[in-house]
Write a new protein. Sequence first.
Length: 184
Amino acid sequence: MTSNDPAQQTSLDPAAEAAAPGSAPAQDAAAAPSPETRLAELEAKHAEVADAYLRSKAEIENTRRRADEEIAKARKFAVEGFAEALLPVKDSLEAALAIQNATTQQMLEGVHATLRQLGQALERNKVIEIAPPAGTKFDPHQHQAISVVPAEQEANTVVAVLQKGYLIADRVLRPALVTVSAPK
């Protein structure tokens, strides 16, 4: 039961008892927003966060879509530079075939020039020859031994290259076919 007499009212809150009588509750009531105001603030904050979330989600989807398009383009046109480098080689071969009465010497010079063009095109596209000199230690990652032959050199070394190999970006495209010296 409550009484209107301030002397009979007791406070259950120790902080309220410590404050000056009548001053603290009035300040709390003035400082505390009404539930409707608080609800409106929270709804506005929710709308702001929801909008930011939707914008972020849309940006992520756009980034993913652009990345997928870039990957598709990269796959589609990956050999474009390489093909462009090989076109002069093709042109040279076609020009050689167009000559009706070429001498053997002219054809040989043309083949050498075309081979140089091809070598330059491969080099520009990071295709590197594997042609180990005799005496090089056999490397199973870059060489394929076709035969083992007795030789006057250290065992497990390259004696001869039967077919050059090729690397592209440090990956073996084709190993060099080699003969290897037999253990003594």
